[in-house]
Design a protein around this ligand. Structure first.
Ligand SMILES: [Zn+2]
Length: 277
């Protein structure tokens, strides 16, 4: 008999929740996270989603959340794009009490990278970077087929690297309170801001070189075999090709042009699969 589990991908905009039999997603629902609401309401949204998928033989719950996570203790330390009171939340413990099964919690993009490593295109590389382009930009580092976490589980927070990108009008402020962050110039949210003002075509034109600057910096820092990207922004027609072209112009060493830029085939499902690892 298959082992059933529930996985959640909690982003700043929406939460995807899935019921799995082994590694197979058999049911999936997507709901707004309500990240702007207070912590009690956010928690209620999360447990409501789990309950909507619950069947009696679920054996574990795995969660990927867009924030700074203490994966060992299952605590959400802080988040940039959620309500300010959603911090220091013992999320794993709270849900374990409610559902009486083990709960694991990690940063969403760290889950994504591990999902890719085990089930996706990451299987073919020893060293790769994984990035998601959603409301913000998340990242993770795989070295010798292992997730590199850094001292505070913060390695890979590429969204807040400062980049010299271009913009039109006043430079926007990032959710972290600073300017010139990669995600304030190249995320889905940044794209929407530009598209509203200048139209979708112009938004793509401004965003593509900004994404390429960030990726070229990362390729220079890590010299990985591949960079695997996911997120709605990457599905825009022609954008990925533009990024690749600009990337080749921006890397400082010709050999870095050999870095494989890959669009994830698993997409956001890699977060759900990785959350259960
Ligand atoms: Zn920032």
């Amino acid at each position: 008999m298959a082992t059933y589990s529930i996985a959640l991908d909690i982003g700043a905009t929406k939460t995807a929740a899935a019921l799995l039999a082994g590694n197979k997603i058999i049911k999936k629902v997507v709901k707004p996270t309500g990240a702007g609401q207070n912590k009690t309401k956010i928690l209620k949204n999360i447990s409501g989603l789990i309950r909507s998928l619950w069947i009696p033989n679920v054996k574990k719950i795995g969660i990927g959340l867009a924030g700074q996570i203490d994966a060992k203790k299952g605590i959400v330390n802080s988040t940039v794009n959620f309500n300010k009171d959603f911090r220091q939340i013992k999320l794993a413990e709270i849900l374990k009490k409610e559902f009486k099964v083990p709960v694991s919690l990690d940063n969403d993009v760290k889950c994504f990278a591990q999902g890719e490593l085990k089930f996706g295109q990451g299987r073919y590389f020893n060293n790769f970077l994984a990035l998601t382009f959603g409301t913000g930009i998340g990242g993770a580092v795989i070295i010798d087929q292992k997730l590199y976490r850094g001292k505070n589980n913060l390695a890979g927070e590429f969204g807040h690297l400062k980049i010299a990108g271009t913009w039109s009008g006043e430079t926007p402020l990032c959710g972290c309170g600073q300017k010139y962050c990669f995600e304030s110039l190249a995320s889905g949210r940044a794209w929407h801001k530009l598209a509203k003002k200048y139209g979708e075509k112009s938004a793509d034109k401004i965003i593509a070189p900004n994404i390429a600057v960030g990726l070229a910096n990362l390729a220079t820092a890590f010299n990985p075999e591949a960079i695997i990207v996911a997120g709605g922004l990457m599905d825009h027609k022609g954008l990925f090709e533009k990024v690749r072209k600009e990337f080749n112009l921006k890397v400082p060493y010709p050999v870095l042009r050999q870095t494989r830029l890959i669009k994830s085939k698993l997409g956001e499902n890699a977060i759900l699969l990785g959350a259960l690892l």
